[in-house]
Design a protein around this ligand. Structure first.
Ligand SMILES: Cc1cc2nc3c(=O)[nH]c(=O)nc-3n(C[C@H](O)[C@H](O)[C@H](O)COP(=O)(O)OP(=O)(O)OC[C@H]3O[C@@H](n4cnc5c(N)ncnc54)[C@H](O)[C@@H]3O)c2cc1C
Length: 479
C-alpha cells in the first residue's frame, strides 16, 4: 500500500487539531481523521463536547506563543479571575489555577480544525478509526471505516493518537513496555454536566460566583470527586460533577442508597440554593452529557515506534482538577512539532520520537505523578477531615503551591507547630506530610526522566513501586 501521508492524526479534538497544525507547519503531509461531520468538529461523543470548559489563560497563551493563533469571541465565552475549591462546610476556600476562561467548546473546536486546514492538513470527516496497522512491531498506519462504511487502510510514517480517553489505537497496540494500553477504573472519574439557563435566587459567592469558577469538595455529594459551578455569559452556567466508582459504592453503602452519577448531578443542583428555574441550554446539541476523565499521571511513555499519543488518549488531565484542555494543547503542539522533525529526518523510530516524551515532561508532565499522589490522599479523607484540614493543615498559599505541583516545603513544615486536636485529624495531618514527601520524591524522579529509551524500564519501576505503596496506604473513605 502506498504511503499517501507522512502523518495521520486520529481525532480532531483539541490535541488532534493542534498536532495537525504543528505537524503541517513543520512541513509534513498530514491527514486529520475524525468520526464527526464538519459542523460537529471535536464532538467527544453522542452526548456532545462534554466538558466543564474551564481553561487557564497560561495554556491559551502557550498556543499563541507556539503557533501564532490568537483567541477571542466567541470561543472564549467568559473570562474568570480564577478557580476556587471550597470545603464541604463552605467555610474555607483555596484559589488555584489563576485567571482563565470558560470556553464555548463547539466554537473552539471548529476554530482549531479550520486552522489545521489553513496550515495545510487535510481534514477527513465521518471516518471511524478502528485500530492501528502493525508491521514488525511498529505502527505503520490505521484501519477504519469511511463515510460509506467501507473498510479503509491508510499508511503513514507516523500515527498521532488523539482519540480521547477511550482510544481504539492505544487499546489495540501490541503488548509493550512503553505505552500502557489500559487505565485502572480507580484512576477514572465518571463525570457529567449540564449547560443551563437559570434564575439566580440570591447572591452568595460560596454557591455561585460570576467572576470565578467554583469547585465544591464534598464526599457525600460527589464521592471521590467534586461538583462544579462555572459561570457563562448571558445567564448561563456549566454545572457538573465527577465521582470515582469505588468511592461512590462505599458512600452508597454507608448511606443505604443506590445513587447514580445522573441522580447525584440533579441532587447537586437541588443542593445549591441559588440555582432556580433551570432550563437546559441545548445550543449545538451540547446541553447535557456524561463521559469519563482520567485522574492519574500521563502514560509513562507517550511514544511507541511509529506512534505518538496526545491528550486524553494518554491520560493527561490534571489528577487533582481533571483539567485536560491545557495538557492536550501542550501535548498536541509538541507532538506535532516532533512528528514534523521526524518526517524531515525520515526517522519514526522510538529513539527519535522519544524527544516528545522529554519535551512534554519538561513543559507539563513532570508534576503529574506528584499530583496523583495528592489526589489519592484527598480521596481517603471524609468531609470532616477535609473541613478540618482546610482550616488547620495548610494555608491558602500552600494549597496553591500544591495545585501547581510545587512543594511548599518550608511553610508546610512550620505547621507542625500547630496544635491539632483529635486523633483522626492528627493522623490525617501525618498522612499529608507523608504525601507531600512522596510528591517531592516523585517530582525529583520526573526531573530525571530518561533522555532516551535506555533506562526507561528502571525509571518506570520506581514510579510503579511508589504508586503501589501510595495506593496501598490510602483507600477511598468518603462521607
Ligand atoms: C464532564 C467533563 C468535564 C471536564 N471539565 C474540564 C474542564 O473544565 N477543564 C479542562 O481543562 N478539562 C476538562 N475536562 C477534560 C477535557 O474535556 C479533555 O481533557 C479534553 O477534551 C481532551 O481533549 P482531546 O483532544 O485529548 O480529546 P477529545 O476532546 O476527547 O477529542 C477526541 C476526538 O476524537 C474523536 N474520536 C474518538 N474516537 C474516534 C474514532 N474511533 N474514530 C474517529 N474519531 C474518533 C472524537 O469524536 C473527538 O472529536 C472535562 C472532561 C469531562 C468529561
Amino acid at each position: 500500500m502506498e504511503e499517501k501521508y507522512d502523518v495521520i492524526v486520529a481525532g480532531a479534538g483539541i490535541a488532534g487539531s493542534l498536532a495537525a497544525v504543528a505537524a503541517a507547519k513543520g512541513g509534513a503531509k498530514v491527514v486529520l481523521l475524525d468520526r464527526n461531520e464538519y459542523k460537529e468538529a471535536g464532538k467527544k461523543t453522542n452526548w456532545g463536547w462534554v466538558c466543564g470548559d474551564a481553561v487557564a489563560k497560561a495554556h491559551t497563551d502557550f498556543i499563541t506563543q507556539e503557533i501564532g493563533l490568537t483567541f477571542g469571541d466567541p470561543e472564549l465565552n467568559l473570562k474568570v479571575d480564577g478557580v476556587y475549591a471550597l470545603s464541604p462546610d463552605l467555610e474555607h476556600k483555596f484559589a488555584f489555577e489563576g485567571e482563565g476562561y470558560i470556553l464555548d467548546r463547539p466554537k473552539l473546536a471548529k476554530k482549531l480544525v479550520n486552522y489545521s486546514t489553513r496550515s495545510g492538513a487535510e481534514y477527513v470527516t465521518k471516518f471511524e478509526v478502528e485500530g492501528p496497522i502493525i508491521e514488525d512491531n511498529k505502527v505503520v498506519g490505521i484501519f477504519g471505516r469511511d463515510e460509506k462504511h467501507q473498510q479503509v487502510k491508510i499508511k503513514a510514517k507516523i500515527v498521532i493518537d488523539a482519540l480521547g480517553v477511550a482510544s481504539m489505537l492505544r487499546r489495540k497496540l501490541p503488548p509493550n513496555e512503553y505505552v500502557g494500553r489500559d487505565v485502572s477504573t480507580d484512576d477514572i472519574e465518571s463525570t457529567g454536566r449540564y449547560i443551563i439557563r437559570f434564575r439566580l435566587a440570591a447572591d452568595d459567592i460560596r454557591y455561585y460566583d460570576p467572576k470565578n469558577a467554583l469547585i465544591h469538595l464534598n464526599q457525600q455529594l460527589a464521592p471521590g470527586g467534586y461538583g462544579w459551578v462555572f459561570p457563562k455569559r448571558n445567564g448561563r452556567m456549566n454545572v457538573g460533577l465527577g465521582v470515582e466508582k469505588k468511592s461512590l459504592d462505599i458512600r452508597n453503602e454507608k448511606l443505604g442508597k443506590k445513587d447514580t452519577l445522573h441522580m447525584l448531578i440533579d441532587e447537586y443542583i437541588k443542593w445549591n440554593p441559588l440555582i432556580k428555574d433551570i432550563e437546559i441550554d441545548n445550543e449545538d446539541g451540547n446541553g447535557k452529557g456524561y463521559w469519563s476523565v482520567t485522574v492519574r499521571r500521563q502514560q509513562d511513555s507517550l511514544v511507541y515506534p511509529g506512534y505518538m499519543g496526545a491528550g486524553d488518549s494518554m491520560a493527561m488531565p490534571n489528577p487533582i482538577s481533571a483539567g485536560g484542555i491545557g495538557p492536550a494543547k501542550v501535548a498536541g503542539i509538541i507532538a506535532g512539532q516532533v512528528a514534523g522533525e521526524a518526517v524531515e529526518a525520515n526517522d519514526a523510530g522510538l529513539d527519535f520520537l522519544w524527544k516528545y516524551n522529554v519535551r512534554f515532561n519538561e513543559n507539563y508532565g513532570s508534576k503529574t505523578a506528584g499530583l496523583e499522589v495528592f489526589r489519592i490522599y484527598l480521596q481517603s479523607l471524609n468531609n470532616d477531615l477535609i473541613n478540618y484540614g482546610m482550616a488547620h493543615f495548610i494555608s491558602e498559599e500552600e494549597a496553591v503551591e500544591i495545585s501547581y505541583g510545587r512543594i511548599p516545603e518550608l511553610t508546610l513544615a512550620s505547621t507542625f507547630n500547630k496544635i491539632l486536636s483529635g486523633i483522626s485529624n492528627v493522623n490525617a495531618f501525618k498522612n499529608l506530610v507523608y504525601s507531600v514527601n512522596e510528591m517531592k520524591k516523585l517530582n525529583k524522579h520526573y526531573k530525571q526522566y530518561p533522555q532516551s529509551p535506555d533506562g526507561f524500564n528502571a525509571w518506570k519501576a520506581v514510579v510503579d513501586r511508589e504508586m503501589k505503596e501510595i495506593k496501598e496506604r490510602f483507600k477511598p473513605n468518603p462521607i
